[in-house]
Design a protein around this ligand. Structure first.
Ligand SMILES: [Zn+2]
Length: 434
């Protein structure tokens, strides 16, 4: 008992060093082929045993688990996988070198609002950009949805040119990014779309007609605390910065008091269930929180989604990676009654994405395409709020950089997702005679 207490005390000396960057020298990311159906559960159990970070779950029997492993675990984990009869190959030999390779370019802070779409930006730069747009664009308004655990504003920007000719509220499209801190391409692409709507840099004739038919609601950074932490502390952080639902210390592995947080995309309140694709264990990357909507970030988003629900047609919760366009339900393999409609519109988007830069997106239901994940934002938007076309978008890539997509990919990612959104909007204008 004394040893355990001492270990906990020593562990707490290094409580989340915000200013010191966590390094991943010698950490590997494995591609693990389960081979046998029963191995899906066995490999997930190994994840719990070693507190492994699963970057990706397979979407079918021939898919792979992408699993990050620390140097001190690698021999044991490989031995256990071999005993299970799973095949493995090393995808990333040294995670730190990929982090270094994909690091944002060093540059001077620009004046507020003058941000480039070619770079990843800080929380402050993102908010400066939103404020500058709201100040200069008569259709744009910034709303504060709530405050994160560490006191940062969660902001939404709305683009609206007014009501319809008959005075009704226009149909709306709601998109957000950055719910998972390390998926930097998601906020970058939401910013890209904000730039398109605000500044129309390519003189795109579609922008005016889109704004004539739809209001757009965009939240570039759902999880600002986690995002800032990935910039200065731990590039691989996924969750928010909740520090102490603290009875959940894992008896197994690396998790200590500096490894807390809630997976915000397991914390929403439609059939919330940590046992279904999430975790009860705060050490795990998919910890679902102590109860549904326990976090200020999810509370703010749930309120925002609810408040647009009466007129919103589309909700996109934007992530990386894997190239998927997936729709509810995440909590059950059962399909919603209008699944054919969601599937069709998802394919319209995927087709437009493919014709932009040749990237193929897989379309399907959450549970069928990926794996069960209760408590997701898309399930909430559809199941609780009633927004018909709710999707989780997993952007690129499919296996070179994973979460660590370099800045040089922002432009092409923005172009293809925006093409997908425009194609959906055009399809809905036809379908609903807007
Ligand atoms: Zn994600």
């Amino acid at each position: 008992m004394k040893t355990l207490l001492l270990a906990l005390l020593v562990g707490c000396v290094s409580c989340r060093p915000e200013s010191r960057e966590k390094r991943y020298d010698g950490h590997q990311v494995l591609k693990v082929f389960p081979n046998l159906l029963e191995n899906f559960k066995n490999i997930e159990a190994l994840g719990e045993k070693y507190n492994l970070d699963f970057w990706h779950h397979p979407k079918h029997q021939n898919g792979t688990f992408d699993i990050q492993v620390s140097p001190d675990q690698i021999t044991d984990v490989l031995n256990d996988l071999k005993l299970l009869g799973a095949d493995t190959s090393v995808w990333i030999q040294d995670l730190q070198s990929i982090i270094d390779e994909a690091k944002p370019s060093d540059r001077q802070e620009r004046a507020a609002g003058m941000i480039s779409m070619q770079h990843y930006h800080s929380y402050a730069q993102i908010n400066g950009f939103l404020s500058a747009i709201a100040a200069s664009n008569s259709h744009a308004t910034v709303y504060k949805l709530g405050t994160s655990l560490q006191g940062r504003s969660i902001n939404l920007i709305r683009f609206s040119t007014g009501t319809t000719s008959s005075g009704a509220h226009k149909r709306s499209i709601f998109m957000d990014g950055g719910i998972h801190a390390r998926e930097w391409i998601a906020p970058a692409v939401v910013l890209y779309m904000i730039d398109q709507l605000a500044n129309n840099p390519n003189n795109d004739p579609d922008i005016a007609s889109l704004l004539d038919k739809f209001d757009f609601y965009l939240v570039p950074l759902v999880n600002p605390d986690g995002y800032e932490y990935t910039r200065s502390g731990d590039r691989m952080w996924r969750k928010n910065m909740a520090s102490s639902y603290g009875t959940h210390h894992s008896i197994f592995g690396r998790c200590g008091s500096d490894e807390m947080g809630v997976d915000l995309n397991r914390n929403f309140g439609h059939h919330w269930n940590p046992g279904n694709g999430g975790s009860y264990d705060q050490c795990q990357e998919t910890y679902a929180g102590p109860h549904a909507l326990s976090e200020p970030e999810t509370q703010a988003m749930a309120h925002a989604i609810d408040s647009v629900a009466s007129h919103a047609l589309v909700y996109l919760n934007i992530h990386s990676y894997g190239q998927y366009m997936i729709y509810p339900w995440g909590y059950t393999a059962q399909l919603p009654p209008d699944a054919a409609d969601l599937d069709h519109l998802g394919r319209v988007a995927a087709n437009a994405i493919y014709h932009t830069h040749g990237h193929r997106y897989t379309v399907g239901e959450d549970t069928v395409v990926l794996y069960a994940a209760a408590g997701g934002a898309d399930d909430y938007a559809k199941g609780h709020s009633g927004i018909k076309y709710a999707y989780t978008v997993e952007m690129g890539d499919t296996g070179r950089y994973g979460f660590l997509l370099p800045e040089s990919y922002i432009q092409s990612s923005g172009e293809e997702i925006w093409a997908g959104v425009k194609a959906m909007a055009k399809e809905l204008i036809q379908k609903y005679s807007l």
